[in-house]
Design a protein around this ligand. Structure first.
Ligand SMILES: [Mg+2]
Length: 236
């Protein structure tokens, strides 16, 4: 183990290990159906996206932030006609989303089991701590991770703080995730390694341009189950 290239391999959770974005899409559909009762169509979600992104500095990431943005958008789009009973329906939607089952992707458990024999693993997610910790607990896979970190945002600075806290050298750290913006670019910036696992269900805000040159420390795989094979090549 001392001869390994990596001291730690970290994973994103939402839309990397388990379904997440699909619940937001369902939530948006319900929102659209409620607004239809007012003769309003939130037009391709663009205004809603704009409100959500504008609210990130206030509320951060997560379901509660999403629901507050839905309420704000509803008030705006209906010119203040949005009724309290419909606010109640949005609040109920939020509780439903917060209590939803955690559905882990296929072959994730086997992959984590295999990797955790060779490397210490860490889970690094962002969002609202109460909900994220509840999901981690419900997921049944918390035991594969030596460390769990819930960050308010994923940026070079927040990753640097994690590396510092665990006394990790950037070049001996690898991050695996579905978000170019949150999981890949910030760690490449620090000189760490990144494995991108694209997922068609990724919130538009998480997309970012790929590094223009072929980055030596970045890999792309189609499924998490390809990670042990990739690691056996780069870290035999
Ligand atoms: Mg993710």
């Amino acid at each position: 183990m001392n001869l390994s290239l990596f001291d730690l391999i970290a994973f994103d959770a939402d839309d990397t290990l388990w379904h997440n974005e699909r619940y937001y899409r369902l939530g948006r559909e319900r929102f659209r159906a409620i607004l239809a009762g007012y003769g309003v169509d939130p037009a391709g979600d663009e205004r809603l996206d704009a409100i959500e992104i504008r609210n990130l500095p206030y509320y951060g990431y997560g379901v509660m932030s999403f629901i507050l943005s839905l309420i704000e958008a509803a008030i705006e789009l209906t010119d203040g006609r949005f009724r309290a009973d419909d606010v109640g329906r949005l609040l109920a939607l939020g509780k439903e989303m917060l209590g939803a089952n955690v559905e882990i992707y296929e072959r994730v458990v086997e992959t984590l089991a295999e990797l955790s024999d060779k490397y210490p693993l860490m889970l690094i997610t962002k969002g609202e701590p109460t909900h994220q910790h509840a999901k981690i607990e419900r997921s049944g896979i918390a035991g594969y991770f030596r460390h769990i970190e819930v960050l308010h945002d994923k940026s070079p600075a927040t990753y640097a703080a994690v590396l510092e806290r665990y006394q990790l050298a950037p070049e001996r750290f690898m991050m695996v995730g579905n978000s170019m913006r949150s999981d890949i670019l910030p760690v490449l910036h620090l000189g760490s390694w990144a494995v991108y696992v694209p997922n068609e269900m990724t919130w538009a805000h998480e997309h970012a341009e790929q590094p223009s040159t072929n980055h030596q420390r970045m890999y792309t795989i189609n499924h998490l189950a390809e990670l042990p094979g990739l690691l056996s090549k780069i870290d035999p």
